[in-house]
Write a protein that binds this ligand. Structure first.
Ligand code: NAD
Ligand code: UDP
Length: 353
């Protein structure tokens, strides 16, 4: 990756699991980072260490509203969107709007500022795939009327918008199709498989296996994913993707349960529950394209990534968080709260770093 100077970077969804790790990394590299998040599934705790950093600004804002900024913007990572099925299905219409309007507003900001913009797309664009492993050329098998469609189709539409903005306006776009990613800072009550199993095991509660546990996923550790996102963002403008970013090691959900039980030494038993509707049977990324174009490949073995994730949750389970008054949403946001108007005004915070 070429050495780059200090950039002005907007990260939507920057208080979430992946977004907060990305903000950490970008601030550490000396960039000026503006995190826009409505805290739907994100947490202050994730960005607490950054809140007083002079290169970091938090803006409570919703990407379903237009994003405006006065100062320069060089890069936009559009990560805002709940990623866990229970969360994105809780408000499906809101999820569609977040996917589609969020992409539109990120693209408009890129168009007006000349920034590069990267979309956090997903392996869900392949739906319940008939081709295995999934290459980027596979066009997917999504049930447009099912409970996952709000997310899957929302993300598919977002990809369409990205490529239309490139064709129509020459906006430099990048699209990453992220496969199941895990690591510290997932929500305890997130509903995703690794966080569920780890928290259940640490509490010696039943491990909730959906279906018979033979369905597969391929899990990428968050640091590996960040390497891929950054390499993609800093690649030539001609390199747009979409690129699959994920770890091609495929495991069954039951194997994950066994690994978690073994690593935690838990007394939990397996408890079988019905498989959710449209739950994909198999998922594994073909990553040759990202390897060739970006020189990227994941490096962290599942066992090591699970160990870090278990260590993180072990601390959380032992010390449940008590919100401190000074860190409640309003206390932090008031300083940056945009004027009450339709646009999410980033002008109040941009360029201050
Ligand atoms: P997350 O839920 O932890 O983070 C999403 C963040 O977006 C949260 O901070 C949330 O508060 C914020 N957000 C949601 N709706 C918003 C809105 N309307 N306006 C502003 N902020 C909003 O999820 P994550 O795992 O960190 O995922 C980040 C991105 O990566 C998402 O776009 C997701 O679709 C994509 N992705 C993640 C995975 C994965 O396995 N983690 C896989 C594929 C794609
Ligand atoms: N799953 C499970 N138990 C849980 C949570 C999830 O068996 O407590 C299964 C789920 O049915 C799916 C897989 O684990 O087959 C991955 O689920 P997750 O929600 O993490 O991600 P996604 O389905 O979006 O890939």
């Amino acid at each position: 990756m070429p050495v780059i100077g200090r950039l002005n970077i907007v990260v939507t969804g920057g208080a979430g699991f992946i977004g907060s790790h990305l903000c950490d990394r970008l601030v550490q590299k000396g960039h000026a980072v503006t995190c826009v998040d409505n805290l739907y599934t994100g947490r202050f705790e994730n960005i607490r260490p950054l809140l007083n950093h002079r290169n970091f600004r938090f803006v409570e804002g919703d990407v379903r509203e237009p994003l405006a900024v006065d100062g320069p913007v060089d890069r936009i990572y559009n990560l805002a969107c709940p990623a866990s099925p229970p969360h994105y299905q809780r408000d499906p219409i809101g999820t569609v709007k977040t996917c589609v309007l969020g992409a539109l507003h990120a693209l408009e900001l890129a168009r007006s500022t000349g920034a590069r913009v990267l979309q956090a797309s997903t392996s869900e664009v392949y739906g319940d795939p008939e081709i295995h492993p999934q290459p980027e050329s596979y066009r997917g098998s999504v049930n447009t009327t099912g409970p996952r469609a709000c997310y899957d189709e929302g993300k598919r539409c977002a990809e369409a918008l990205f490529f239309d903005y490139r064709r129509m306006y020459g906006v430099p776009v990048k699209v990453a199709r992220i496969f199941n990613t895990y690591g510290p800072r997932m929500l305890e009550n997130d509903g995703r498989v690794i966080s569920n199993f780890v928290v259940q095991a640490l509490r010696n509660r039943p491990i909730t296996l959906y279906g018979d546990g033979s369905q597969t996923r391929s899990f990428c550790y968050v640091e590996d994913l960040l390497n891929g996102l950054e390499l993609l963002m800093e690649s030539d403008d001609a390199v747009t993707g979409p690129f699959n970013l994920g770890n091609p090691r495929e495991v069954t959900v039951k194997e994950i349960a066994r690994m978690v039980l073994e690593q935690t030494g838990s007394r939990s038993r397996l408890a079988y529950h019905p498989l959710p509707q449209d739950d994909p049977r198999r998922r594994k990324p073909e990553i040759a394209a990202a390897a060739q174009a970006l020189g990227w490949q994941p490096r962290v073995p599942l066992e090591d990534g699970l160990r870090s994730t278990i260590d993180y949750f072990a601390l959380k389970v032992a010390t449940p968080e008590v919100p401190r008054p000074a860190e409640k949403a309003d206390a932090v946001v008031l300083a940056n709260r945009p004027p009450r108007k339709r646009r999410t005004a980033l002008s109040a915070v941009a360029g201050q770093a």
